[in-house]
Design a protein around this ligand. Structure first.
Ligand SMILES: C[S@@+](CC[C@H](N)C(=O)[O-])C[C@H]1O[C@@H](n2cnc3c(N)ncnc32)[C@H](O)[C@@H]1O
Length: 246
């Protein structure tokens, strides 16, 4: 099954006329609740690593949860459509890389079913602890929140069917090296699904940090992954699907 078909056929609201009516805005405060969804206060709050990645602090999960899990996000993030486009079959093992407070996790768990598994990975201890508490509170099934390294997804080789990466790719350092580690973690036929901000999005990181979809696809291709760029995408973001040959 070809990933991204749902999006390619514009199941999501994908034209400019279909953008969410409430335009998210950036604030200038460093407080998460006052930042845009990606926590980017305009062009401040980051430092580059000289290799394309940008470091950013995501400490304080309780505060970030107000941003990441804001119910208003569903309107433009369209999480059900994103998960549908991942073509997750029951029994699959799915990783959410940079899962944050777990916005996508319950949907991924539902898609993978009782015979599947979800690894909710994040580089911030506080995010992992927050997801563990949320798992207990909300009764997440077959979900393992897990701390990961900043330079590697800490996944077993050939073990994962799908890897979701939402609003995280532009934070990674040495992205081509990282892509090779993702490819190693995928089972043959498995896929990485990357969602990141459009250049003209009113929210997201500063423009200097944004990545064109073709450039992002090229980074994934260096790892031998075959990429697909859905012709239509989300209101403020694009999706790149990168598949490991079967
Ligand atoms: C903008 S948030 C997105 C959270 C989630 N994907 C969502 O859509 O709600 C970025 C998350 O990526 C995490 N992160 C940043 N760099 C990472 C890395 N190298 N490996 C894993 N997680 C990382 C941050 O700690 C943060 O929780």
């Amino acid at each position: 099954m070809k990933l991204g078909f749902a999006l390619a056929s514009c199941v999501v609201a994908c034209s400019s006329s279909a953008k969410a009516p409430a335009t998210p805005t950036h604030g200038s405060s460093e407080t998460p609740a006052h930042k845009g969804h990606d926590g980017h206060p305009g062009h401040h709050g980051h430092h580059g690593d000289g290799h394309g990645g940008m470091m950013h602090s995501f400490k304080g999960a309780d505060e970030w949860a107000k941003v990441f899990d804001d119910p208003a996000r569903d309107e433009w993030q369209k999480p059900d459509e994103v998960v549908a486009a991942m073509a997750i079959a029951p029994g699959m093992t799915v990783a959410d890389l940079g899962a944050g407070t777990g916005y996508f996790v319950s949907r991924l768990s539902k898609a993978a079913g009782t015979t599947g598994a979800v690894l909710a990975l994040d580089v911030e201890t506080d995010m992992v602890e927050y997801m563990k508490q949320r798992a207990a509170r909300e009764g997440w099934q077959h979900v393992t929140p897990q701390l990961t390294a900043s330079d590697a997804p800490t996944l077993v080789a050939n073990s994962v069917d799908r890897i979701l990466i939402v609003d995280v790719w532009h934070h990674l350092e040495n992205r081509t090296a990282y892509a090779a580690k993702l490819a190693a973690a995928l089972k043959p036929g498995g896929a990485v699904i990357v969602v990141d901000f459009e250049m003209d999005s009113p929210m997201g990181p500063g423009k200097a940090m944004r990545i064109l979809p073709a450039a992002l696809a090229a980074e994934l291709q260096t790892a031998g992954l075959k990429t697909e760029l859905p012709t239509e995408s989300l209101p403020y973001q694009y999706i790149v699907v990168a598949r490991k040959p079967a």
